[in-house]
Design a protein around this ligand. Structure first.
Ligand SMILES: [Zn+2]
Length: 165
């Protein structure tokens, strides 16, 4: 069984006198280390949340703009749920080298306890809610280059199990 940890970080990029505009990034740690399969790609919070209860193919990591194809990602993570275990099959390479033939050389498998996975998602949602409170006071957050009242949108998508990108 693998462990998962999700960290939400923010980088202030356009500070002004009163309000901040920040870029939000998610860091995914599996067994305590950053997953190298997802180097150079953005972690998608809505996909992470959907995977807490859904099976299928999900772009858990995507382009910095939110569109996987744009970064050359053509295969998502295959997720299945059974007996309290959430399994991921991550295609390798997840992000093919530029100019490569897109062939898949292998799969990395992870298994997470559904309970501990869902606890991480609950923590992520709590952090997003604290950003939402600041958004209501005028701070602005960006994820995948989409500015605006983003946290509210993300929380809405998470509530409905939607993966928007
Ligand atoms: Zn892009």
């Amino acid at each position: 069984m693998n462990t998962i940890e999700i960290r939400v970080s923010e980088t202030a990029n356009v500070p002004d006198a009163t309000n901040k505009r920040c870029r939000v990034e998610l860091l995914l740690l599996v067994d305590g280390i950053k997953t190298t399969a997802f180097d150079s790609v953005s972690i998608e919070p809505c996909a992470l949340a959907a995977v807490a209860t859904q099976s299928g193919e999900f772009y858990i990591a995507t382009c910095g703009c939110g569109i996987p194809d744009c970064a050359g990602i053509y295969r998502g993570v295959r997720v299945s749920q059974s007996n309290g275990i959430i399994s991921w099959e991550v295609p390798v390479p997840y992000l093919p080298e530029k100019g490569s033939d897109r062939s898949q050389s292998g799969i990395v498998k992870y298994e997470f306890s559904a309970d501990s996975y869902r606890a991480e998602i609950a923590k992520m949602v709590d952090t997003l809610r604290s950003l939402q409170v600041r958004e209501a006071k005028g701070d602005r957050f960006e994820l995948h280059g989409h500015p605006g009242t983003l946290v509210e949108q993300i929380l809405g998508w998470i509530d409905t199990g939607t993966v928007p990108f």
